[in-house]
Design a protein around this ligand. Structure first.
Ligand SMILES: NC(=O)c1ccc[n+]([C@@H]2O[C@H](COP(=O)([O-])OP(=O)(O)OC[C@H]3O[C@@H](n4cnc5c(N)ncnc54)[C@H](OP(=O)(O)O)[C@@H]3O)[C@@H](O)[C@H]2O)c1
Length: 263
């Protein structure tokens, strides 16, 4: 199936590695003109070089911290200067630290809100005038399966991401009349650098090994394994493609059946 992504312009934030990188790479494989950002110039340049070398399609890298509103304005300006428009916005950010409720102070709560919620609000606000000019505009927020089934020691993620889900659904309702689609994708355990760090922290706490912690997560899925970044990226790429034109307001779990509820 042709996903109709050739020459579409897509911005993926927090994409020098992990889920963001895999999604930008997959979009480029489908012929999209991709822009990506992260906080570290060297990381983002390496990501751009790797995608461009594989696909030969245009790739723009911008150093931007999504917790900084000035960086977000600059990022959107660079995309428009380079490509002349924007069809697809995928909002991603790093994850907040792994902690229990009693370890978290007010400053940490505010940081998590800035990282997960306000970055999404500001990115969508800055992108909106350009999305309104597109013939197939859409926004995909990357959240977590923790919004359906809280994950232990991730109180910040479990709580603040719920607000991103609320925002995504609200905007799908508010802006459907303008033809702008809003969806969210809820990953569970996917083999990225962040997961490696989280499981190393758990292994230290539980006095186990990384392999044992990984095996525990794998067994929480009926498929008996964790997700690969490429499996995640293929779902994300389909959701933002013009082929998914009647999908909006959906919270799509990519969790290998880890969530045990019926709906
Ligand atoms: N992997 C999973 O299993 C999983 C499951 C559920 C939810 N999630 C969530 O999905 C998101 C991505 O996860 P991941 O596993 O791909 O993480 P990851 O491997 O740690 O990658 C995070 C990426 O975000 C960039 N980044 C971090 N903070 C940033 C900021 N403030 N501004 C711009 N870029 C930033 C990092 O690059 P720089 O260091 O260069 O900035 C890196 O490219 C996270 O929020 C995570 O909590 C992941």
């Amino acid at each position: 199936m042709d996903l109709l992504l050739k020459n579409r312009i897509a911005l993926v934030t927090a994409a020098s590695q992990g889920l963001g990188f895999a999604t930008a790479q997959q979009l480029s494989r489908e012929g999209a003109h991709v822009a990506l950002c992260s906080r570290d110039e060297a990381h983002i340049n390496a990501a751009v070089d790797s995608i461009r070398a594989e696909t030969g399609n245009p790739v723009l890298g911008v150093r931007a911290d999504v917790t900084q509103s000035g960086d977000i304005s600059h990022l959107i300006d660079r995309v428009i200067d380079e490509y002349g428009g924007l069809d697809i916005l995928i909002t991603n950010a790093g994850g907040p630290p792994s902690m229990a409720f009693t370890e978290v102070d007010d400053a940490m709560w505010h940081e998590a809100v800035d990282l997960l919620l306000m970055s999404t609000v500001r990115l969508i606000r800055a992108a909106l005038p350009h999305l309104r000019q597109s013939t197939a505009p859409c926004v995909l927020t990357i959240t977590s399966i923790s919004t359906k089934q809280p994950i232990s020691d991730l109180v910040l993620s479990n709580s603040v991401r719920m607000a991103v889900i609320g925002l995504t659904k609200t905007l799908a309702l508010e802006m459907g009349g303008e033809g702008i689609r809003f969806n969210s994708i809820l990953p569970s355990w996917t083999e990225t650098e962040r997961v490696q760090e989280l499981l190393e922290a758990r292994a230290a706490r539980n006095k186990t090994s990384l392999e044992e912690e990984l095996a525990k997560q794998a067994s929480s899925s009926p498929l008996g394994r964790v997700c690969t970044p490429e499996e995640f990226a293929k779902v994300a790429t389909f959701l933002v493609s013009p082929v998914a034109s009647y999908l909006t307001g959906n919270m799509v779990s990519v969790d290998g059946g880890t969530y045990k509820g019926v709906f």
